[in-house]
Design a protein around this ligand. Structure first.
Ligand SMILES: Cc1ncc(COP(=O)(O)O)c(C=O)c1O
Length: 456
């Protein structure tokens, strides 16, 4: 614990990016593991000295790259308890506590986010913790494929049907990964152009589905995004949803980062059209102070998922499963085994309280609005729409933007990553690290200002 406390304390001033050459850390390690045991304190000292120079400031208050990957003290204890209890909750029978606490805690989250009762474990739906949003997307695609198949895909494979799915051109690459893993091929994921608000163009979606059907393809899945990685834009479920439903396609929502904002009722516009949605996921490990790995994935009908995933070998058979009425989470995920990840969510919800989580999200959104306004005073374009905890800005052309980004990142005091949106390069500022305060934003502004004013 002391090592962690010391590391957390040092984050205030430490560079966000370490200065290490590829291979430098490996060169400091012996080629073989030790034969003789070291006293624990000596081993720990050696370990922290080895790794800390190569750590990246994901927990830094000046973290603005990609998205945040938060982790607060309560969540840390939750993960320690998970390791200490050492549960393997693949079946209800192998850990009733792991199973029942998880099912209830994710239902608390559903209620806190204002997600509909259709997704509740008390009805036909239910939620489950996955490692990441990528796994949730893959599962949604597998469930969709099983539901849409003319014969069971889980039994006979994908056969000769030429499946296609649709996502916006700004959707995360995990949709392509899912199609690759599902045996459908990366090119089966059609990229729908975005509209003026950078959401999926519903008219184009409709058109593409018609053309694909006319060409003999089998549209089966639409992946909508609430909070794209590039710029936080969202697809409008009110326009996409009816198209997906009229074509009997599965509609999955990837709300990895921005889904958490629905804790605040004023940010629930993203739920409009949710009545058309078959599955929804968001990552508490992004915006909430919950450690990676923690994605929550809800389905409106859990049998769709179980039908796609369940196998029942003799060695897993047990009375509780046979009698029914219990959740066996092995059927809701890719691996068989699973650990007790709900502990970190439970402890976080109990020790923060929903109100504190809302306050933090509102604070970040206020920071990002203020930051976008301030940036407008500089010689840069600020992306519209500016969304929740993300601000994107650009210099006059792509080369100057790249050069500006290089200058900002040069000091390693922060790390800004970039995205390409409709052919233009933008520098992203993700605001959602739980240690970030107003003075960190002021400092970042000054660094950007200085980089703009610095002649190359
Ligand atoms: C919109 C979106 N979806 C999915 C992902 C993938 O997240 P994960 O690492 O949880 O698989 C990301 C990651 O940043 C994302 O921004």
């Amino acid at each position: 614990m002391e090592a962690i406390a010391r590391y957390w304390e040092a984050l205030q001033n430490a560079p966000v990016r370490p200065e290490v050459e590829p291979g430098a850390i490996d060169r400091m390690m012996p080629r073989e593991a030790p034969d003789e045991a070291l006293p624990f304190a000596d081993a720990l000292e050696q370990l922290t000295a080895l790794v800390e120079p190569g750590l990246v400031g994901w927990q830094s208050p000046r973290w603005h790259a990609f998205w945040p990957a938060n982790g607060g003290p309560a969540s840390l204890f939750g993960d320690m308890l998970s390791a200490g209890y050492g549960q393997q909750g693949m079946l209800w029978a192998t850990s009733p506590a792991c199973t029942e606490v998880e099912a209830r805690v994710v239902d608390w989250l559903r209620i806190l986010l204002g997600l509909p009762e259709r997704f509740s474990i008390d009805g036909q739906g239910g939620g489950v913790i996955q490692d990441s949003a990528s796994s949730a997307t893959l599962l949604a695609m597998l469930a969709a494929r099983e539901k849409a198949g003319t014969e069971s895909v889980r039994e006979h494979g994908v056969g000769h049907q030429r499946w296609v799915s649709y996502v916006s051109e700004l959707a995360h690459s995990s949709f392509e990964r899912a199609a690759m893993i599902a045996g459908l091929g990366r090119l089966s994921v059609r990229k729908v152009p975005t509209d003026a608000l950078l959401g999926m163009d519903a008219h184009a979606l409709d058109q593409m589905i018609r053309e694909d059907k006319a060409a003999g393809l089998k549209p089966f899945f639409v992946g909508a995004t609430i909070g794209t990685t590039a710029c936080g834009s969202s697809d409008d479920l009110r326009t996409i949803g009816p198209i997906a439903k009229s074509e009997h396609m599965w509609l999955h929502v990837d709300a990895a980062m921005n889904g958490a904002a629905a804790l605040c009722p004023e940010h629930r516009a993203m739920h409009q059209g949710i009545e058309h949605v078959d599955s929804w996921c968001f990552n508490p490990h992004k915006w909430l102070p919950v450690h990676f790995d923690c994605d929550v994935f809800w389905v409106a009908d859990r049998n769709d998922l179980i039908n796609a995933m369940s196998v029942n070998p003799e060695y897993l058979k047990n009375d509780a499963t046979e009698q029914g009425g219990v959740i066996d989470y092995r059927d809701w995920q890719i691996p068989l085994g699973r650990r007790f990840r709900a502990l970190k969510l439970w402890l976080t919800l109990y020790t923060e309280g929903a109100e504190q989580l809302r306050k933090t999200i509102r604070k970040h959104i206020a920071f990002s609005r203020g930051f976008a306004d301030k940036l407008k005073q500089l010689d840069v374009d600020v992306l519209v729409p500016q969304t929740l905890g993300l601000v994107a800005f650009a210099a006059k052309d792509n080369d100057s933007t790249e050069e500006l980004q290089r200058r900002i990142n040069h000091s390693r005091k922060t790390w800004l990553t970039h995205a390409e949106i409709q052919g233009r390069r933008w520098i992203r500022v993700a605001i959602g690290a739980w240690r970030t305060e107003e003075h960190h934003m002021d400092q970042l502004y000054k660094e950007i200002e200085a980089a703009i004013k610095t002649d190359v």
